[in-house]
Design a protein around this ligand. Structure first.
Ligand code: 13P
Ligand code: SF4
Length: 375
């Protein structure tokens, strides 16, 4: 830009965010509390278990993706502030009433796994599968909730559904009751771990490489498959390795291992329990005092869980020797939370997440199928 050309004016909100970015956590803490008081029950704050402590403590409700989806659907608050990642705020917008507003404190809080599938690639896969199979009759598309709203809408349009890590089994049962095969995206691991637990042989679960024609598969492999698994994964959970479990078991023969189903098949096979973030927390808390757990999920959750159970002589140990946390969840900080809440007090709903109406209606169809089939 030439030096003489005036810079574009910064919006009021952008100016305000810059001001908050300079505040320290203690100042933000006080301002969050004051803004909350001023807003009363006009606002509800939902917090995923992976949120950092300074944010998590302000959540009215904490949970895994399924629990928080239900909270969003049941809430009467005018503003739903979602301390999580973008797809979660989209689900809150889709499941809430039109007069409610979903807010994500930092719009850059995405999910790298969700980004591994997009509508163009899924539609191409659907077309290519359609050259081998009668897809509308024989394949149910199922998207993990960790996906953009347009992929949920795709599932809504094509007789499919959404699943989370805590209801994947029920949704696969629902899907197989309707059609023979499932196209599962974007997380291959959740699909494979759940399919295997249901008794589907590994060779009947093929991996669809979205960068290759026909997913890198032969027509025969597609005809023989029961599950076609998108080649996506979570960059956090792929850090956990079978040797981490082996080392723990050698050092602590009485210890137990619990993993999230986004972990690899090999890690899940070596685990005593596999389940959602909510299941992990519930299981460790319900275990006898003195129990020692190796936990294969995100660091903020494991550290908090350890602090909560250590008084009972329990240990919750992080599975990887290297620090790996969800960097996008970490984007939600007290500065952004204070900013969105004070903006609401001032009458400005910043960082609103709004799914286009038609897309939201189709995505809602898929989400409602999921909620109806969930325990
Ligand atoms: P949960 O639904 O188990 O909380 O998992 C969400 C997630 O993104 C895990 O990485
Ligand atoms: Fe996405 Fe993985 Fe972060 Fe979960 S932990 S939100 S799947 S990047």
């Amino acid at each position: 830009m030439p030096a003489t050309e005036p810079k574009p004016a910064m919006s009021q909100s952008a100016l305000a965010l810059q001001h908050f970015a300079d505040l320290d956590d203690a100042d933000c803490e006080a301002r969050i509390r004051t803004a909350r008081e001023a807003l009363g029950d006009r606002v509800v704050i939902l917090g995923h278990h992976y949120q950092r402590e300074e944010v998590f403590r302000h959540a009215d409700h904490a949970g895994d993706s399924l629990k928080l989806s239900r909270m969003a659907a049941e809430s009467n608050a005018e503003f739903i502030v979602f301390c999580g990642v973008h797809f979660m705020a989209e689900v809150a917008d889709i499941l809430s009433r039109p007069e409610q507003t979903a807010i994500l404190p930092d719009m850059a809080a995405g999910c790298s796994m969700a980004d591994m599938a997009n509508l163009a690639k899924v539609e191409r896969a659907w077309r290519e599968l359609g050259r081998v199979l009668d897809v509308e009759q024989s394949v149910t598309p199922v998207t993990y909730i960790n996906s953009a709203a347009d992929l949920k809408a795709f599932c809504g349009r094509h007789g499919g559904s959404v699943c989370t890590s805590s209801n994947a089994r029920q949704i696969l049962d629902w899907s197989f009751a309707r059609r023979d095969k499932i196209l599962f995206f974007p997380d291959q691991h959740l699909g494979r771990n759940t399919g295997h637990a249901m008794g589907i042989p590994l060779e009947q679960m093929v991996t669809w490489d979205f960068d290759k024609p026909l997913g890198g598969l032969t027509e025969q492999q597609i005809r023989d498959a029961r599950m076609i698994l998108w080649k996506g994964f979570c960059s956090v959970h792929q850090m956990f390795l079978p040797e981490h479990v082996d080392r723990f078991r050698a050092e602590h023969p009485d210890g137990k291992v619990i993993s999230h189903p986004e972990c690899s098949f090999e890690v899940c096979q070596k685990s005593d329990v596999v389940g959602s973030t909510e299941t992990i927390i519930r299981t460790v808390k319900a275990s006898p005092s003195g129990s020692r757990w190796l936990v294969g999920t995100e660091l903020n959750l494991v550290n908090r869980l350890h602090r909560e159970v250590q008084a009972e002589g329990k240990v919750a140990e992080f599975m990887s020797p290297t620090v790996c946390m969800c960097s996008t969840m970490f984007r939600i900080d007290p500065q952004h939370l204070a900013w969105v809440l004070e903006s609401l007090v001032a009458g400005d709903a910043v960082n609103r997440v709004q799914v286009p109406v038609e897309e939201a209606a189709q995505a809602r169809t898929a989400l409602e199928r999921m909620l109806a089939a969930s325990p």
